[in-house]
Design a protein around this ligand. Structure first.
Ligand SMILES: C[S@@+](CC[C@H](N)C(=O)[O-])C[C@H]1O[C@@H](n2cnc3c(N)ncnc32)[C@H](O)[C@@H]1O
Length: 247
């Protein structure tokens, strides 16, 4: 009887010790988690202090202050709002850089705003852009702005009618961006498509907000079996079509 009583006491003692240890572990784990959160919180707080509270990602990693000024000045003077939206410019830069474009053509430079964004992407790939503007005064502005952006070795501005200037260009294109008068998009597509490399991309601007002015072009790029086409209504809502030449 005494033996049984002692054995039960020992078992009870072991169970209590195990419970105690488990509680200890749980408390330690909770403390560890809490202190981890506190440390992470402290780091986040100091990051916010460094960037300014509620800071967006640092713009300087994307654009130097000098370039940001050149682009902002173009927008400020662009009373007719011909330039693509800033988000579309960023999108074009990212697209040409990430898909390693090398021989790009832009139809409709206006003041060089989109050409600068495309040029910044091509700066990364070692590529070149030819951009054509029919209005001589705008073409001159575009040249000056490209120079201010430090991109004269990447971007060439041609003053003239793209219908006449494109046949004078030599070689093929791996990226064509059309942003001229909307009724001409299909004509420019037909003109440049035979000179686009397999794997080339044809980009059209304003394909959402001005789609009624280019239904023939949109039908073509959306139905051709030789293309993969996507319409990006974002980022700005103006819309960019991207057609990939499969063969
Ligand atoms: C919407 S603006 C271009 C804006 C420019 N892509 C930007 O985002 O900075 C259209 C431009 O195309 C030009 N354009 C229209 N038809 C053209 C043609 N056949 N050849 C060259 N440029 C043309 C116009 O003079 C106008 O400046």
């Amino acid at each position: 009887m005494m033996k049984l009583f002692r054995a039960t006491r020992i078992r009870l003692h072991r169970v209590r010790r195990a419970q105690h240890l488990r509680r200890g572990f749980t408390t330690l784990a909770a403390l560890g988690l809490l202190s981890g959160l506190c440390i992470a919180g402290t780091h986040a707080a100091s990051r916010n202090l460094a960037q300014g509270s509620g800071a967006a990602p640092l713009a300087s990693s994307q654009l130097s202050p000098a370039l940001a000024k050149v682009l902002a000045d173009i927008r400020a003077k662009d009373k007719n709002q011909l330039s693509v939206a800033e988000e579309d410019g960023r999108f074009l830069r990212m697209l040409v850089a990430s898909t390693q474009r090398k021989r790009a053509l832009e139809i409709g430079s206006a003041y060089g705003y989109s050409a600068i964004w495309i040029g910044l992407g091509l700066r990364d790939t070692g590529g070149r852009l030819v951009t054509i503007e029919i209005d001589p005064a705008r073409a001159q502005d575009a040249k000056e702005n490209v120079k201010k952006a430090g991109l004269t070795d990447v971007v060439t501005v041609i003053s003239g009618d793209a219908f006449k200037e494109i046949p004078k260009l030599t070689g093929t294109f791996d990226c064509v961006f059309v942003d001229a008068w909307k009724r001409d998009y299909l004509k420019f597509f037909d003109m440049t498509y035979p000179r686009m490399d397999k794997g080339g991309i044809f980009l059209g601007h304003n394909v959402v907000n001005k789609k009624s002015e280019m239904t023939d072009f949109l039908t073509r790029i959306n139905t051709s079996p030789d293309l993969f086409t996507a319409i990006m209504s974002a980022p700005s809502g103006e819309g960019v079509s991207i057609s990939y030449k499969r063969r």
